[in-house]
Design a binder for this molecule. Structure first.
Ligand code: ADE
Length: 258
């Protein structure tokens, strides 16, 4: 069956199983398919057909997972739920950043092309789908508004931010590196709120296929000297619950996939 002959579906990507398991627990009629050595879970969330995928870590792995979701499973939109390191001042652990657009902070084909520009695309930044991003932002706002309840997994005082996210094949784990990365981006006119390792790759694949993309990242660490301690703790204990809460709000608000 060609992708266009299949009923289309919403794909939800997470980087790691720990970030995905809350969604998997809720999946109705779950069945697994393995493609390119990766497990994909198909089923229904809130009555909508979905495919859950793991990008794993890094841009190459994320690219392949996104291409399989679109080319093999016929995903008509992709939502990424994961974690990121906070870069800009005021982006705290426990906050959520919804991506407006993405840049690859480690892409440098200068002097052939300007630093950060994706060669032959003529641009450095890939925009997320505005309508899907608006729905995701509203879903995150609603989910975080419940943080005052004792049963809520959402951290007290957590805020939703929207802006540029920088992706690269590095775990940023010192305040020094974080400052250098921010200063270099800033010098080229880019102010990134957060850093992670996959989103820009998925944004580029989605742009190439004309598939809607939106992404939310919960801040697990400040990309500083304690990031390597904060990240695994947050991923193990909190990330999946944020993803589940926000997807619970998002799924019923999505128009039926086309
Ligand atoms: N994802 C979460 N924290 C990160 C960091 N500090 N660097 C890169 N990716 C991350």
């Amino acid at each position: 069956m060609t992708p266009s002959a299949r009923p289309s579906l919403t794909a939800i990507l997470s980087a790691l199983p720990e970030e995905q398991h809350g969604l998997l627990e809720q999946l109705q009629g779950a069945h697994k398919q393995t493609v390119a050595g990766r497990d994909f879970w198909l089923g229904q969330l809130h009555g909508q057909p979905v495919a859950l995928g793991l990008s794993r870590i890094g841009k190459v792995s994320a690219t392949l997972t996104a291409a399989v979701l679109i080319g093999h499973f016929g995903a008509s939109r992709i939502v990424f739920t994961g974690v990121a390191g906070g870069l800009a001042p005021g982006i705290k652990v426990g906050d959520v950043v919804v991506a407006h657009d993405f840049i690859q902070h480690d892409l440098d084909a200068s002097p052939l092309f300007p630093r950060y520009e994706v060669p032959l695309y003529g641009r450095s930044r890939f925009l997320c789908d505005p309508a899907l991003t608006a729905l995701l932002t509203m879903a995150a706002d609603r989910a975080l508004a419940t943080s005052s309840s004792a049963a809520s997994p959402i951290w007290d005082g957590a805020q939703v931010h929207t802006g540029l996210i920088a992706s690269g094949d590095r775990f940023v784990s010192s305040a020094d590196e974080s400052s250098r990365l921010q200063a270099a981006l800033h010098g080229a006119g880019h102010t990134a709120l957060a850093v992670e390792m996959e989103g820009a790759a998925v944004a580029q694949v989605c742009a190439d296929y004309g598939v809607a993309f939106a992404a939310m990242r919960t801040i697990s660490d400040r990309a500083d000297d304690t990031a390597h301690i904060d990240f695994p703790t947050f991923v193990a204990d909190v990330a999946s619950q944020y993803a589940r809460r926000i997807m619970d709000e998002l799924m019923p608000s999505l128009p039926a996939p086309t």
